[in-house]
Design a protein around this ligand. Structure first.
Ligand SMILES: Nc1ncnc2c1ncn2[C@@H]1O[C@H](COP(=O)(O)OP(=O)(O)OP(=O)(O)O)[C@@H](O)[C@H]1O
Ligand SMILES: [Mg+2]
Length: 261
């Protein structure tokens, strides 16, 4: 079938207009480096977020992981935002994420990998939203699109606050442990969720308060492996504080308390 000539011209013109808007953007440099890491669809979605005014621009990389990258971005009111972009190329990630999506009735698995990665970003956004609603301290979720998640930036002057693992031993104290366990408990009992990757790597210490982060793999209590994930989460936190010489209760005692009626 021969495409309508006018339609072809219109699309071409639209593309040029789009391109001009992108070029005009002062963040073109950063987006160019982003282009080397991410596929075209991700880059277009980022352009879209800037054009729609969700973000004002990209400011730099915060952390580059195997499965995702965290960028610092500027919001429309001059505030700092964190942008988590899931990589669409990690095969290992694909295998590991399936066990968390399967068994979660809130999500259906798509066939192509791109759709699975997008589902993962949606899942993290939804989990953050539910955690926020339950009153658990987490970065406030702002927007999700394709494989891109935008949330509150925990840090100052573009520098992220430390994760628990980075806090020197002498600054760790029992109250910090209690705060994290209370957050996990609230997430479980009020938010109906289990973090499922809780450890000293996924807690940030910001303005003297602990925040749980990295919610992609969190599952509802109905998940077939929920109990196993919960025991592992609590165990990780207890082990970390125990190693630092802080007297903490044992895992079974905490789990029993979390199941109180
Ligand atoms: N909202 C935020 N504000 C500031 N920094 C953040 C925020 N979220 C994450 N970070 C930083 O980015 C790092 C990675 O984030 P996160 O744990 O969500 O990703 P990840 O999936 O674990 O990445 P990885 O591939 O390294 O495992 C965190 O350890 C933290 O330093
Ligand atoms: Mg993490």
């Amino acid at each position: 079938m021969c495409p309508d000539f006018d339609e072809v011209a219109r699309r071409k013109e639209l593309k040029q207009v789009e391109w001009r808007r992108i070029r005009r953007n002062k963040d073109a440099d950063l987006l160019e480096t982003v282009e080397e890491v991410f596929d075209r669809r991700t880059v277009m979605a980022l352009y879209g977020l800037i054009n729609k005014g969700v973000i004002e621009g990209m400011k730099g990389v915060v952390k580059a992981g195997k499965e995702s990258r965290i960028y610092l971005a500027g919001g429309m009111n001059g505030e700092d935002l964190a942008i988590k972009i899931y990589l669409t190329s990690s095969m290992e990630f694909k295998k590991s994420m399936l066990q968390y999506i399967q068994g979660d009735p809130r999500f259906k698995i798509g066939h192509d990998y791109r759709r699975i990665v997008n589902t993962w970003a949606q899942k993290e956004f939804k989990n953050l939203t539910e955690a926020t609603r339950a009153g658990v301290p987490v970065p406030r979720p702002i927007h999700v699109e394709e494989n891109i998640l935008i949330m509150e930036f925990l840090g100052e002057d573009g520098v992220p606050s430390p994760i628990l693992k980075e806090i020197p031993k002498q600054y760790l104290y029992l109250g910090m442990y209690e705060e994290i366990i209370k957050s996990a408990d609230r997430l479980y009992r009020v938010g109906n969720l289990i973090h499922a990757d809780l450890s000293e790597y996924n807690v940030m210490v910001h303005n003297g308060k602990t925040y749980l982060i990295d919610f992609g793999q969190a599952v509802p209590r109905e998940h077939p492996m929920a109990e196993e994930f919960l025991r592992r989460d609590i165990g990780n936190i207890i082990r970390f504080f125990d190693k630092a010489g802080i007297g903490v209760p044992d895992v079974e005692e905490v789990l029993k308390w979390m199941k109180r009626t």
